[in-house]
Design a protein. Sequence first.
Length: 299
Amino acid sequence: MQTPTFLDTHAAEVAHAMSAMLDARVGVVPERLLDAMRYSLMAGGKRVRPALLLECYSACGGAHSESIMPAVLAIECIHTYSLIHDDLPCMDDDNLRRGKPTCHRRFDEATAVLAADALQALAFEMLAAADLDPGLRLEIIRKLALAAGCQGMVGGQMMDMQAEKETGIGVLMVERIHLHKTGALLCWCCEVGAMLAGANAIQLKACSRYGKAVGLLFQIADDILDATASSETLGKSAGKDAAQNKATYVSVLGLAQARELAGDMLELALAACAELGEDDNHLDTHLNTLAQYIMDRGQ
């Protein structure tokens, strides 16, 4: 599936805002550290997480996307920090990310660790300074800490590493790992997009369900791609999951069943979209298209 035009538009807007944010720190951040932060943050990618936040914001009636840019930039900082750490020799030990040398290969391991640490802190700095209602701002920060930390992404990463040493891992354990490791931040994007738009209870619940379904769909597609695509296509080393005995949907279910489960997650995502006010005459919405795009990555 061709990249949706709106996804490219969001990516360009986010890249421009990130570049300006980094430029504002020239002279106050050590040059090599800022270079490493910029190298990883500006490395490209589809910017799916910002798109989810922006599209859920729009679907719930938000009309001033520039006002929520601190949240958009924050999630990219958190995501990029996690990628830098994932690629380190002590973790997945990868040499490629988005078709370029990983941060620790381009600079050095210590600089990569510090760049990731700086990006994580920067995410919370931007949210804390955002021009939002104080109560809403605090809740968004709290939810990001939960989604990114020991009860979310970091906890899921720990479970993922432990599963490499275990046998007999079932699909429920794989789901538990990835609801934390991948899904927590994706769901944060959808819920926070709704919250920033002033969503009602029905809209917020629908965006949360959409985020959970898309979070698992994203991971299933990623597992399928790791097993079937080339390193050139992926922009990172292919076949790493099998080589490292990762607990994935493909290793537990096989390719055919993993693709079937991805279809189930897509249906759940589209059902959640329908609760946001979409009807049979207007099914080709951006959230629908984004879910289908994520699905098609693994086909």
